[in-house]
Design a protein around this ligand. Structure first.
Ligand code: PXL
Length: 281
């Protein structure tokens, strides 16, 4: 019998606020994929627009967890990293990738570190150069435009963007190592926002756009990344997975906007899980 697909998600646990593992677990599980976790840090909430949060760095737990898994002979179809709890964790997660990489599994790195032109205040200025090394180990990376420019050591530019600028970024990012790159926060002139994907092996670029929704909704990068990983591991193509992830994220934002809840508390992705599960079944 073929083993059920299995992903290891390597993110923090923000106990409240719908991001990282509290998003990755339900979304990946909804696709019928077993989701194991390596928590990178434990926080009472995420750090976006909320003060006074608790923070426990779990760097020292990561390799012992990996070693125990290895002793059990566990294998993973995907490894998916996101928010890391310390600079040192970059090398530690890189080692986890080395230990669990196989001929046909997928390593996905979301280089969570910045947005709107600024590096998150919890990270030192050296963080992007470390993240660049981790991205070099990935098969797929999913930066937003700010993260992409930090990875490339290029100045951050405000949109609207041109197609040649976006496609240049995609190509330069793939030269760092990952053969597939998905860039989020892409918009040209008009009221559409979405993601661009690039497969360096075929040269194929594709775009998935939806309407632009005003406001900064927290955790949407993790909702997008988790839906993307769920789709890719379910066997959908890069372009189709990108479009499924954009659709899932936009519907989650629209539901949240209609409900008028605090945008720091994450988006209502839960109500979209059934539809996602049906699409990926
Ligand atoms: O969604 C990204 C993210 C994940 N985890 C924590 C964060 C953030 C973004 O701010 O603070 C703890």
């Amino acid at each position: 019998m073929k083993r059920q697909k299995r992903v290891a998600a390597i993110h923090d646990i923000s106990c409240f606020g719908r991001c990282s593992l509290t998003v990755a677990l339900p979304i990946i599980s909804a696709a019928g994929i077993e989701c194991s976790v390596i928590p990178t840090a434990l926080l009472s909430t995420h750090t976006g627009g909320i003060t006074g949060y608790t923070f426990l760095d779990l760097t020292d737990e990561i390799l012992p967890i990996a070693s125990h898994w290895q002793s059990l002979g566990l294998e993973f179809d995907g490894l998916y990293s996101g928010f890391l709890g310390s600079f040192e964790q970059i090398d530690v997660v890189s080692e986890v990738f080395d230990r669990f990489r196989s001929a046909d599994n997928l390593i996905v790195v979301d280089p969570v570190m910045a947005d709107n032109g600024v590096l998150y205040k919890v990270f030192p200025p050296t963080f992007p150069s470390g993240m660049r090394k981790l991205c070099a180990k990935a098969d797929v990376i999913i930066p937003n435009i700010t993260e992409a420019t930090l990875l490339l050591d290029e100045p951050y530019l405000e949109g609207p963007y041109t197609q040649s600028y976006i496609e240049g970024i995609l190509e330069r990012l793939s030269k760092l190592g990952p053969k597939q790159v998905i860039l989020t926060g892409v918009y040209f002139k008009g009221d559409h926002l979405g993601a661009a994907s690039y497969d360096a092996r075929t040269g194929e670029v594709s775009y998935a756009f939806d309407r632009l929704i005003e406001g900064y909704y927290h955790g949407t990068g993790d909702v997008f990344g988790s839906a993307l990983v769920a789709s890719l591991i379910s066997g959908k193509s890069l372009a189709e997975s990108t479009s499924i992830a954009v659709d899932f994220t936009v519907k989650s934002i629209l539901r949240t906007k209609a409900a008028g809840t605090d945008i720091r508390f994450g988006v209502n992705f839960e109500a979209g899980l059934r539809e996602l599960a049906e699409k990926l079944a």
